[in-house]
Design a protein around this ligand. Structure first.
Ligand SMILES: O=C(O)CCC(=O)C(=O)O
Length: 268
């Protein structure tokens, strides 16, 4: 798919998928790096560690800056790119985790919000059975609808937030992705995903990108990771890639940046 088709589809429907970016072998390499890290730690990553993993693991920072991803993002937002968040959305085989229908921008405080693009890269098969992401086409044109915080422990969203809009069967499309394929989605699109009923983990690496002009509405200082070009605006403190995976230093910095984001978001 070329850059103009991606841009047109994204603007009209609020998403674009599937976009092949990595070979199955390269996607397998990143999955292995994740699973080796989990083996070394002796458990699966916590929800906290799966948020902003680019501050903990070199391979996650490398993925956030991967040229094959950024070459699809740059035509949409220009060459100076910040990554505000990375998230490993892992759902264990047969597990209860799901993601309620929501619009992303609700608690982000970014403006102009519609310049924020999420790339969601599959590191394992993301199928209807394994609980692939599903989106309501065209819903990015809607304003932000009210959300209800459920704090359901099986909901992978931080507050278990749920949009107050009824989504019926037939309203959504399933974004089925093979390992190495990605989808792009708009911050206002209504999306979510169901449980993983397959016998493999479903692993997605999501990265939220925007141009360096974007600001944080909150008076508190926010942070982001510069992944391409230059930051001529200085609206965000720049996050470093870790020198060593999961080192004490990386974990301390990760905890500080996460705490700062949590405080900022709770004040929005
Ligand atoms: O991983 C999923 O199924 C949903 C991810 C999501 O909500 C997001 O990337 O904004």
């Amino acid at each position: 798919m070329d850059g103009s088709t991606i841009g047109e589809t994204y603007r009209q429907r609020g998403y674009c998928a599937p976009i092949p970016v990595l070979s199955a072998e390269d996607a397998g390499h990143y999955r292995t790096r994740l699973e080796q890290a989990e083996q070394a730690i002796g458990r699966t990553l916590t929800r906290e560690e799966r948020t902003k993993p680019h501050l903990l693991f070199g391979w996650a920072a490398e993925l956030a800056r991967h040229p094959a991803i950024l070459e699809r993002i740059e035509p949409l937002i220009g060459p100076d790119i910040l990554c505000w968040e990375t998230v490993l959305f892992t759902k264990e085989a047969g597990g209860p985790e799901f993601i309620s229908w929501h619009q992303d921008l609700t608690y982000w405080g970014l403006e102009p919000g519609d310049q924020v693009i999420t790339a969601w890269l599959a590191l394992s098969p993301s199928t209807v059975e394994s609980g692939c992401m599903r989106v309501v086409p065209g819903s990015h044109m809607l304003d932000l609808a009210p959300h209800r915080d459920t704090y359901d422990p099986d909901n992978l969203l931080s507050r278990g937030q749920e949009v107050a809009v009824e989504v019926k069967a037939g309203d959504w499309v399933d974004l089925v992705l093979a390992p190495g394929e990605m989808s792009l989605h708009h911050v206002n699109i209504v999306h979510g995903s169901d449980r993983n009923r397959s016998n493999d983990r479903r692993i997605g690496f999501a990265a939220r990108y925007f141009a360096t002009q974007v600001r944080q509405k909150s008076p508190r200082r926010d942070s982001a990771f510069l992944v391409a070009g230059q930051d001529r605006y200085g609206h965000f403190d720049l996050e470093p890639a870790p020198a060593r995976d999961y080192s004490d230093e990386a974990r301390t910095l990760h905890a500080e940046f996460r705490q700062r984001r949590r405080e900022l978001q709770s004040s929005l």
